[in-house]
Design a protein around this ligand. Structure first.
Ligand SMILES: Cc1ncc(COP(=O)(O)O)c(C=O)c1O
Length: 360
């Protein structure tokens, strides 16, 4: 099967094999070596010297952890909403009684730094700004350098910057310390060639200051507790050991390849996907200049039904792509992060071209 949804992504043979290993004591030296090495490789990709934790949770758990460890009910935050996942971040905050102001961006577009600056100035002050690095539901990558600069310059102290890079990091550069981001999240099932079930969260100095007074309820996701265990390269609760085995095997290869080379590889495959899509007569949903190197969102020429296309791809060719997440847009999304080759995408678009010809 050619699994081309934007997560979970296919696993390379060495990651699959690693998951078959016997369990180990998560309070023993083998685990401590495994966990310590994973954290140190992840920090290379996050480009951070801050604390970084691997949580046994999906990415959403990482988002919840970011919020409950830095904020209190009644705090005002600005949520930049580009689509389904931007909305989720702000919605979790609302559930905890945090006062969310929404910056709603037209779907398919990135956030405009000037508009963000204007909202911060006219509606602030805010305790935090929530931003999605790579919006998986629309295939858009935000201009993080400019957006982070605007937030940093917007007050003294500036609001905390909490960034969901669940479908970005490991493929698209987000240098946390250079950009002054306080908390960044990523998810194992995306570019990391690992199974679902692990969230990565880095937590900077200003985030720790906020932690001291943050009063949202927390137990499983209490990062102060995670920090106490991390001193010994352990986790507070029983971790997802098989997923960590696979992650270790994949990160070892990614570290060998080099951070820059991993990003270059994703840029190349993103370009390849966009080229094939346009050549096949499909429309790229994301605006020019902000198209993601991990996921491409497509619409079909007028009047053609994407549900039929998705179903035929699966049953006739064994190719599994994703539908849109917003029912108002008839969309197909193709994941191209992690363990994916240009040939995998060639196969997808060859099948799509045949199906398009049949539909016309
Ligand atoms: C940008 C983004 N944020 C958050 C999530 C939620 O992650 P999970 O499904 O692992 O909880 C996803 C998953 O697709 C995502 O792409």
């Amino acid at each position: 099967m050619n699994l081309r949804v934007p997560g979970p992504t296919p696993l390379p043979p060495y990651a699959l094999e690693a998951m078959g290993r016997q369990m180990i004591n998560h309070r023993g030296p083998e685990f401590e070596a495994l966990y310590g090495q994973i954290v140190s490789w992840l920090k290379q990709f996050f480009e951070t010297a801050q604390d970084l934790f691997v949580l046994t949770a999906s990415g959403t758990g990482g988002m919840e952890a970011a919020l409950v460890n830095t904020l209190s009910p009644g705090d005002r935050v600005l949520a930049v909403n580009l689509g389904v996942f931007g909305r989720r971040f702000g919605t979790i905050a609302e559930r905890y009684g945090i006062d969310v102001t929404w910056m709603n961006v037209t779907m398919g577009q990135a956030a405009d730094p000037a508009e963000l600056a204007e909202m911060l100035a006219s509606q602030g002050p805010f305790s935090a700004v929530l931003i999605t690095h790579n919006e998986t539901s629309t295939g858009v990558t935000n201009p993080m350098e400019a957006l982070c600069q605007v937030v940093r310059a917007s007050g003294d102290p500036a609001p905390l910057l909490l960034v969901d890079s669940i479908s970005g990091l490991g493929a698209i550069r987000l240098p946390q310390d250079v950009l002054g981001i306080d908390v960044v999240m990523a998810g194992s099932q995306k570019a990391w060639m690992a199974p679902p079930g692990l969230a990565f969260i880095s937590f900077g100095e200003r985030a720790w200051q906020a932690y001291e007074t943050a009063s949202c309820p927390r137990f499983y996701f209490d990062l102060g507790n995670a920090r106490r265990y991390a001193v010994r390269n352990q986790t507070p609760a029983t971790p997802n050991v098989p997923a960590l085995y696979a992650l270790h095997a994949s990160l070892e290869r990614m570290a060998e390849e080099g951070v820059q080379a991993v990003h270059d590889r994703h840029k190349k495959i993103g370009d390849h996907c966009r080229h094939l899509a346009v050549e096949a007569g499909l429309n790229l949903y994301a605006a020019e200049g902000v198209r993601s190197n991990t996921v491409t969102a497509l619409t079909l020429p007028d009047g053609l039904d994407s549900k039929w296309m998705l179903s035929e791809l699966r049953t006739r060719y064994g190719i599994v792509c994703a539908s849109g997440r917003d029912p108002s847009v008839d969309m197909i999304r193709i994941g191209h992060m992690g363990y994916v080759s240009e040939e995998d995408l060639d196969e997808v678009f060859a099948a799509m071209r045949t199906l398009l010809a049949e539909m016309m």
